[in-house]
Every structure is written in structure tokens, then in C-alpha cells.
Design a protein around this ligand. Structure first.
Ligand code: 3PG
Ligand code: MG
Length: 407
């Protein structure tokens, strides 16, 4: 797997007008308008440094229409100013006259952050680059720019105008963050150093099941350790009875259970299940073996025997990928499974990659991020690649490179 896109090094960027698509979508508390994690904003720095002599307009989104944190990018622009050396301004317009004038007024070494691109209804459509190049968003903004740069890896699984429409009409490059993210995943998907272990947990089982199927069938993973709801779905697929609350919660995941059965019929030996779980009994954590699960309400973490066994497997691996927590690590007493995995990953010299906002955030809190080989800014986009899917925004950059080279 190698992506043939252009990079910033292949362009003369001095005094060029650059449209920079970032993903600075952040966890935000709407009650006090506070950004809770600026990780994606800080991650934009290398690209902004590379664009220090260009005239840059940043295009990004925050949340989705209808959500409480669907808001303007003004706060993000303030944090971006703290991160980068250029002068950063914000304009509360995306593609109207004020936004376009602000772009025209840009001087070399300046950055303007345009407002939340999802304020434009056209951005919510998913379609081909060819179709989306005809949106007003692209038709109004593209003529103002020399180059489009995509550094929004975490949104690369969306086929929206800001991601696939602009590269259809402008010379386009991947930004530095995008390059780093893709090269880490290329390493996992081409020739992982073995043994290669994946630790998959968290709540979004539908995103993880296709990953498990792909990495086992293509032998990118030698073993998959399952935790969180992923473990519950796979246990259910083996006929194990879960606690009442877990059974209720997974009641809707019947498709996932069927897929898990299919995966188990081929690869059971390479999937490692928890043998015990942490549960809340009389107000405190009690670990119980899997066979007793049906007697308790809900499994909240992998048990301590499982955490020890999983940690040993991680320590014996040469490649380790983790996505999704092992349990409800936000609740006191139920963080130890997730903590054990992250710490054992930080303590090996293996190639270690984590993804997903929750796990990456918790790695930051534990202070282990620096000791991991790669902390992805993405959840869904990374999982799509690991599931063997194409990312529309990357395909758009590759197609743009072909068009540019033909010229
Ligand atoms: C994310 O955080 O998942 C990305 O910013 C993409 O956002 P979306 O899932 O709302 O498209
Ligand atoms: Mg998402």
C-alpha cells in the first residue's frame, strides 16, 4: 500500500494563496464554550510552519448540524494563533463576500481561519469530486487559490466538497500531518514486523468488526485481543450469556454478532478473549470470571487476570495497534484495563500505534503518548484504512497528482 500523492516539498509555496483543509474538530463543552482537547490544533503546526511564506486560508469543520457543539471556529482560531508563528485572524463567513475579501487581503505569512465549513448545506452532501466541484462552495472559493492542501486525515473517510471537490479543480498536496498518518498506516498494512497484535475495544463495534476481518484475513495481524463492547459481541457469538444490562445494550447489534460468528469460524485461534471482567457490585469493583457474567448487571472493564495476560502478549509483540478502550475508563476503578494496555505499549520497543479520540486522550492524561510510535488524530478514518477501505479524500489527492503531472 503506497499512496501516490504530491507533498508540500513538490511545490514552490512562497507568496502562493493556499487553501488548507484541516480537521480541527475538537471536543467542546457548549455550556462554557471551552475546547477540551487541542490535540488536532497543535498537530497542524508542522504544515503551518511549512506554509510560513504563503497566504493561507484554513477551512475546517466543528461537529455536525444539530449537535450541541456545532459551532463557529472562532475559539479554534485563537488556539491556532497560540500554536503557530504566523498572524492568525478569524472571519465569521465561509464563502460569502466577507470571506472572499479576507482571502484577497491576505499577505505573505498570514493565516485566516474561515468559519465552520459545515455551516454550508452543500458540505453535508457526499458525492464524487466531479459533482462536488460544481458546488457553490468550490466555485466561489477555488478561483482565489493557487494550491489546495489537505491535512485533514481524521475526515479523509468523508467524500465531501471541502475534501474531494477542491482537489478536482486545484493543484493539490497532502500536508505534513496527513503524510505522517498515512506513512504509519502504510507500515502496518505493507509489511508489519511480527508478531503483530491488535487490541480492539470501545463502544463502536460496527467500526471494529470489518477491521478484525480484514487484518486477520490478510494476515496483517497475528493476534487480535478484544475488550470493551467488541469483546462482548464476540463472546455473544460464541454463545456466552452476558449480564442483563449488556444483553439489553447489545440487543440491536445482531448483525455484528452474525459477522463475529463468521470471523470466529475461520480465525478463532487468533482471537484472544478476556477471561475475566471488572463489574460493579455493592458499590465497588469486583472481578469475576466470564462464566459468571450472566449473574451480574454489566461488565465495565477487562478483569485484572485478562489485563495481565493482554499486557504480556503486547510485551511479546513487535507491532501493536490499539483502538478503543478496554472498558469505561472514565469511571474511577474501571480504568485499569485500558491503562495496562497503554502502559505495556509505551514500555515496549515495538512499533506502536493508537487511534480514536478516547484512547488518544487517555494516553495524553497518562503521559505515555511520547513513548508510542504514532498517536493518530483520527478514529474512523484510521479504522477505514485498516478495514481495507479506500479513503475518498486520499483518492482525490492521488487523482489530483495524476492530473497535475500530466500538465
Ligand atoms: C471526527 O472527529 O470523527 C472527524 O472530525 C470527522 O467528523 P464526522 O465523523 O462528523 O464526519
Ligand atoms: Mg467521526
Amino acid at each position: 500500500m503506497e499512496f501516490q500523492y504530491l507533498t508540500l516539498d513538490e511545490f514552490d509555496l512562497r507568496d502562493k494563496a493556499v487553501l488548507l483543509r484541516l480537521d480541527i474538530n475538537a471536543p467542546l463543552d457548549p455550556s462554557n464554550n471551552q475546547i477540551l482537547d487541542d490535540g488536532r490544533i497543535v498537530a497542524a503546526k508542522p504544515t503551518l510552519d511549512a506554509l510560513s511564506e504563503a497566504r493561507v486560508a484554513v477551512l475546517s469543520h466543528q461537529s455536525r448540524p444539530g449537535m450541541g457543539d456545532f459551532t463557529s471556529l472562532q475559539l479554534h482560531a485563537g488556539l491556532l494563533q497560540k500554536t503557530c508563528s504566523q498572524r492568525v485572524t478569524f472571519i465569521d463567513d465561509v464563502m460569502g463576500p466577507a470571506a472572499r475579501q479576507a482571502v484577497r487581503d491576505l499577505k505573505k505569512g498570514e493565516v485566516v481561519v474561515l468559519d465552520n465549513v459545515r455551516f454550508c448545506a452543500e458540505e453535508i452532501l457526499e458525492d464524487t469530486g466531479e459533482k462536488l466541484a460544481k458546488t457553490n462552495l468550490v466555485k466561489r472559493l477555488a478561483p482565489l487559490f493557487d494550491i489546495y492542501v489537505n491535512d485533514a486525515f481524521a475526515t479523509a473517510h468523508r467524500s465531501q466538497a471541502s475534501l474531494v471537490g477542491f482537489p478536482y479543480v486545484l493543484p493539490s498536496a497532502a500536508g505534513k500531518l496527513m503524510e505522517g498518518e498515512l506513512s504509519a498506516i502504510e507500515k502496518l498494512m505493507s509489511n508489519p514486523v511480527r508478531p503483530s497484535t491488535y487490541v480492539l475495544g470501545g463502544a463502536k463495534v460496527e467500526d471494529k468488526v470489518p477491521v478484525i476481518e480484514n487484518i486477520l484475513s490478510t494476515r496483517k495481524a497475528d493476534r487480535v485481543l478484544v475488550g470493551g463492547n467488541v469483546a462482548k459481541v464476540f463472546l455473544k457469538a460464541t454463545g456466552t450469556k452476558l449480564g442483563q444490562r449488556d444483553e439489553e445494550e447489545l440487543g440491536t447489534a445482531t448483525d455484528e454478532v452474525l459477522k463475529a460468528k463468521r470471523i470466529l469460524s475461520k480465525y478463532k485461534k487468533r482471537i484472544v478473549f478476556p477471561t475475566d471482567f471488572g463489574t460493579l457490585t455493592d458499590g465497588k469493583r469486583v472481578d469475576i470470571p466470564v462464566r459468571k457474567l450472566a449473574k451480574v448487571g454489566r461488565a465495565l472493564d477487562i478483569g485484572s487476570d485478562t489485563a495481565e495476560k493482554f499486557s504480556e502478549i503486547v510485551a511479546d509483540s513487535k507491532t501493536v495497534v490499539a483502538s478503543g478502550p478496554m472498558g469505561v475508563f472514565e469511571e474511577e476503578g474501571f480504568e485499569s484495563g485500558t491503562k495496562a494496555i497503554l502502559e505495556s505499549m509505551a514500555n515496549t520497543d515495538a512499533f506502536t500505534v493508537i487511534g480514536g479520540g478516547h484512547l488518544a486522550g487517555y494516553a495524553g492524561i497518562l503521559g505515555v503518548s511520547e513513548r508510542l510510535s504514532h498517536v493518530s488524530t483520527a478514529g474512523g478514518a484510521m479504522l477505514s484504512l485498516l478495514a481495507g477501505e479506500e479513503l475518498p479524500a486520499i483518492t482525490a489527492l492521488v487523482e489530483a497528482a495524476k492530473r497535475y503531472k500530466r500538465k
